[in-house]
Design a protein around this ligand. Structure first.
Ligand SMILES: [Zn+2]
Length: 67
């Protein structure tokens, strides 16, 4: 899942896409949240919903077309 604080959106990608397109920047990290958000890995789809409810209740959670 890519959580983006600038746009207040969370996007859920497939594992393959996650591995392929995730990238660390100064403001975004893989596996951990930084100022602008982060790429977070998940076991299953339910887990992404749970985290979104807990951590980013005001964010929109969307599935990427790659799913
Ligand atoms: Zn995707």
């Amino acid at each position: 899942m890519n959580s983006d604080k600038a746009t207040k959106k969370c996007k859920v990608h497939t594992q393959i896409a996650y591995t392929y397109i995730k990238k660390e920047t100064d403001l975004k990290r893989v596996g951990k949240l930084k100022r602008d958000g982060g790429w977070l890995p998940f076991e299953n789809h339910q887990e992404t919903w749970h985290l979104q409810q807990m951590e980013f209740p005001s964010y929109k959670l969307n599935d990427c077309p790659c799913r």
